[in-house]
Design a binder for this molecule. Structure first.
Ligand code: HEM
Length: 151
């Protein structure tokens, strides 16, 4: 396996595992295991943030946006460009929301040792929205990779 394939397979695996692990961490709330919920959510968050930053650096070193997929016959088609934009746009929105949500939740929890009333509802809605975004990011990444490397 060459370096490009290794980097892309690793990123794709992380993207697919993240929402599944986040769902598992949510299931712990129903069992009252709040500390474990927080620990796992923070771990998933940091693994993904570090992986995406390293991936960005790798893309820049490899020649900038589009350089990893330039071999594909689909790269210049409008259909592929649309899917790539939908993937990148959704991923950026999800990560921005995720960053804000983790920072605010951590601060509120540190102050009160729980999530205060009104924010508890917001945390739940934002949490499910972030998980939806993570699934969206993983599925669109998979579609991009299928067109770029398999078809
Ligand atoms: C890292 C900081 C986090 C803290 C301090 C935290 C804390 C908590 C606490 C104390 C609860 C249960 C009490 C309540 O609802 O008021 C909760 C529930 C929940 N959390 Fe988190 N959490 C964090 C991160 C996340 C992340 C990153 C997600 C999603 C990606 C998430 C998704 C959820 C969901 C969906 C629920 C509601 C579960 C349910 O009742 O169905 N949390 N969180």
């Amino acid at each position: 396996m060459d370096l490009n394939s290794f980097v892309i397979t690793t990123m794709l695996s992380i993207a697919i595992l993240a929402p599944i692990a986040a769902m598992y961490a949510v299931s712990l709330i129903r069992k009252g295991k709040y500390k474990k919920h927080i620990r796992i959510q923070k771990t998933i968050f940091w693994i993904c943030i570090v992986a995406v930053l390293l991936f960005e650096v790798y893309i820049r070193i490899s020649g900038g946006s589009g350089s990893l997929i330039k071999e594909s016959i689909y790269t210049d088609t409008n259909f592929f460009k649309l899917i790539l934009r939908l993937h990148i746009g959704g991923a950026i929105l999800t990560y921005l929301l995720w960053i804000a949500m983790v920072i605010i939740s951590s601060r509120k929890y540190k102050m009160a040792k729980k999530l205060p009333g009104s924010f508890s509802k917001a945390h739940k809605s934002l949490g499910y929205l972030v998980i939806f975004g993570l699934f969206y990011t993983a599925i669109t990444a998979l579609i991009v990779c299928v067109f770029a490397f398999l078809l």
